[in-house]
Design a protein around this ligand. Structure first.
Ligand SMILES: C[S@@+](CC[C@H](N)C(=O)[O-])C[C@H]1O[C@@H](n2cnc3c(N)ncnc32)[C@H](O)[C@@H]1O
Length: 76
């Protein structure tokens, strides 16, 4: 479903400089928009050992406590 939304709403993402993909373990936004600085924010047990590369980085945490800043935050 979100894959369809990404394709239908490309203009939204194409006008952003950065995004935080909350609970975005599948990295869908980064795969569709590799030019966009994308932070995948998820629980420590999911992303704690993952290394970023280029425009993709991983941040571990609890969305109920704080979420990194960006031009936009996408919540699942
Ligand atoms: C159903 S998955 C979403 C998958 C997403 N649609 C994708 O494929 O990119 C929900 C995600 O939210 C994360 N999550 C759940 N509670 C969270 C919290 N309190 N803080 C951060 N991430 C959380 C889970 O670890 C999981 O990866």
């Amino acid at each position: 479903m979100f894959k369809i939304a990404l394709k239908e709403c490309r203009h939204v993402f194409e006008n952003l400089g950065s995004v935080v993909d909350v609970g975005g373990v599948s990295k869908l936004i980064h795969q569709e928009f590799p030019q966009l600085k994308c932070t995948v924010f998820d629980q420590p047990e999911i992303v704690g050992n993952l290394k970023g590369d280029g425009n993709l980085n991983f941040v571990a945490g609890d969305m109920f406590k704080s979420i990194p800043s960006a031009d936009a935050r996408k919540m699942n």
